[in-house]
Design a protein around this ligand. Sequence first.
Ligand code: NDP
Ligand code: 2IT
Length: 444
Amino acid sequence: MGYVDEVIERVVAKNPGEPEFHQAVKEVLESLRPVVEANEALYRKEAILERLVEPDRQIKFRVPWVDDKGQVQVNVGYRVQFNNSIGPYKGGLRLHPSVNISIIKFLGFEQVFKNSLTSLPIGGGKGGSDFDPKGKSDREVMAFCQSFMTELSKYIGADVDVPAGDIGTGAREIGYMFGQYKRIRGMYEGVLTGKGLSYGGSLARTEATGYGLLYLTDEMLRCNGKDIKGKTVCISGAGNVAIYACKKAQELGAKVVTVSDSNGYIYDAEGIDLAALKEIKEVKRARLTEYKNYRPNAEYHEGRGVWNVPCDIALPCATQNELTLEDAKALVANGCFAVAEGANMPTTLEATKYLQENGVLFAPGKAANAGGVATSALEMSQNSERLSWTFEEVDAKLKSIMVNIFHNMDDAAKRYNFEGNYVVGANIAGFEKVVDAMLAQGVC
Ligand code: NDP
Ligand code: 2IT
């Protein structure tokens, strides 16, 4: 059995009941085969793959807090510090009832390669909790965030581990967590990113993941002789990534016809009304059923089905495994020619394979959604030099980072004779830098 297969088998055996983590490891390691085969003796001796798939440490803790009725609630908190070979651990905090160790590990593992691809000095980590912010009062969210940070603060720091937002964690949650960190440690430091603009946040961080997704998609289309202008786009999700993907897609001249949440999706044939979407989600924190109050001609459909809407370009921006083989078949049958992942691992392995085999340009999340964490790293730089850059400055850097990521993954794919396979290209390009740093730093 080859080295890659041995390690995959061991990961599955040693981490039972962690299907998302297995999936992420398989996707990465299988596409690294050409590099691993070219360096097998060295990598085996140095146990490179074994070291990559085992996090530096996994922290799990109790998060007790008091709800508005005076009842004590208990949630579980996690931080997985995966690999800090190229910089402090960096990655978001997910607050969603589905969160478990498998999900945090898959996200942390992906983050290692994603952060490497940004070309900035950040290692990979991820955290979160099974706390559900939905339907909670601001005071309850604050009580949870303060309790969560009381424990997490022992393990993080501006040069150690710098968390940020993810599903369920936005500006409100980051603010409460930052306040608690400051209080406990008695110091102001850039320990979190995605902070508010009045206390050290970076302009354009809110927009960064969605904008970055479109900058990379635009470059991918351009290099393949296509143009985003005038194309029809389907987006899933209606959160931070989806909203700013929608905004930039519209600015680039595309027509976005869908957004979705976990209850259903909107089909607006005239193009999504961004102001309405932002008011519903960012101001009211309401459900998409409200959209019809703003746009009576739009359709609301209960349940899944967003990928059955005909489009040229699909941008999954909600959650893992939301685009299945069935969905991929529907997209191809309807003439979709590009898929770029705004979410982390939204496309199943079978669906990815089907899309690639059917000539669909496919940009994997670790490249396509790297604009968020890249701009987080720019926030860290601004905090360190105690200066703030203008929106235009940050946005220009973001754009050049995304264009570079596209070319790095494109070149890596070509070097190994997998031209056009951006999954292989992104994994190899991300891996090469991490391995180089690991080898240089000896056995650790
Ligand atoms: P938000 O919490 O802002 O929005 C998440 C959106 O996805 C909501 O519309 C939510 O619907 C929907 N969603 C979440 N879980 C499910 C589910 N199980 N089934 C269907 N829909 C679901 O999160 P973000 O926009 O920040 O994150 C979206 C994705 O992008 C995630 O995969 C995240 O890891 C990834 N990402 C985020 C980055 C960032 O900077 N924020 C950076 C890079 C990647 P509902 O309200 O009904 O739950
Ligand atoms: O998945 C991700 O890259 C994020 N949620 C953003 C992480 C960050 O540190 O900005």
